[in-house]
Design a protein around this ligand. Structure first.
Ligand code: HEM
Length: 112
């Protein structure tokens, strides 16, 4: 029962993050098609706007969560030897954690 619930939650997280990522990509493309920034300063101003920056931060949070839940499920299903499974999961967590820090560094340190 507990496993079924956690499976359901993973399923939900996978879909909610996928929907957000798809909407983000569509809206970002429409916005750029409607009028893209023409200079470096315009790009910086656009990316520094609180709404844009928040939407980008949420996009990467969704992407990393989505990748973690999806790839973790694939490993749980297909990697049977326990030691190998644990090693691969640790490697994945390390890689995604590193990417999260990298994104946070870019978003927090980028000049406003
Ligand atoms: C814009 C980016 C992305 C979008 C819109 C997206 C969308 C989706 C969608 C719609 C599903 C199917 C959900 C379902 O019905 O089961 C899915 C599943 C999945 N995604 Fe993504 N995804 C994106 C990026 C990624 C990335 C970067 C990774 C990993 C590196 C990833 C890994 C997976 C995995 C492992 C599954 C589950 C496959 C399965 O269970 O058969 N996705 N994604």
């Amino acid at each position: 029962m507990k496993k079924a619930l956690s499976g359901l939650r993973a399923w939900l997280v996978q879909r909610v993050t996928a929907v957000y990522m798809l909407l983000f990509c569509i809206i970002a493309l429409l916005r750029l098609a409607a009028g893209r920034p023409h200079s470096y300063d315009e790009w910086r101003a656009w990316l520094a706007a609180p709404l844009t920056r928040t939407a980008i931060a949420l996009f990467f949070a969704a992407l990393l969560l989505h990748a973690w839940v999806g790839l973790r499920d694939v490993m749980m299903d297909y990697v049977q030897p326990l030691a190998l499974r644990v090693a691969l999961l640790a490697l994945l967590a390390f890689a995604l954690g590193g990417m999260a820090l990298w994104v946070a560094r870019i978003l927090l340190l980028a000049p406003a």
